[in-house]
Design a binder for this molecule. Structure first.
Ligand SMILES: [Zn+2]
Length: 153
């Protein structure tokens, strides 16, 4: 461990000794004494997050923290959470993975659930012509027949 301190002038002796205890310089990099790892400086934050989140297939918060902690002493968790929250790729992924809303229609018997469509061909040159179409949800059987009148008789 090298102990080449550069203490900012003007801070009191007590704080100086506290800082000496917590950090040391190694090749001009501020190191954490407790973990013997470099601390992250603010200007490197985006690059580090990009390397450990974007370049690793957009991992979640916990996996990204573990990845960063293999190199650095601590991770500014709230800043990482904000970074991931604002990640365009992740927000797109979350939207695509969202479960569809509404309940799926379940049918257990043939003709138990029927979808019906009325197709109007009244604007064709052949004149008024309507077609009614049924589809059974269970068997997917489809049936269509022409109609003369839309009104029930
Ligand atoms: Zn992402």
């Amino acid at each position: 461990m090298t102990n080449n301190y550069t203490i900012i002038p003007g801070i009191d002796a007590k704080l100086k000794s506290q800082i000496k205890g917590l950090f040391y310089l190694k090749n001009n990099i501020i190191m954490c004494s407790k973990k013997n790892k470099p601390i992250i400086i603010l200007s490197e934050l985006d690059e580090i997050f990009k390397k450990h989140h974007n370049d690793k297939n957009h991992t979640g918060v916990n996996t990204t923290i573990k990845s960063i902690e293999t190199i650095y002493a601590t991770v500014p968790v709230n800043k990482l959470k904000d970074y991931i929250k604002n990640c365009e790729v992740c927000s797109l992924k979350t939207t695509l993975l969202k479960a569809p809303t509404g309940k799926a229609i379940k049918s257990t018997a043939v003709w138990g659930q029927v979808v019906m469509d009325l197709i109007d061909f009244s604007s064709t040159p052949d004149g008024e012509f309507k077609l009614i179409h049924f589809k059974d949800h269970f068997s997917k059987f489809t049936y269509a027949t022409p109609l003369i009148s839309k009104q029930g008789e």
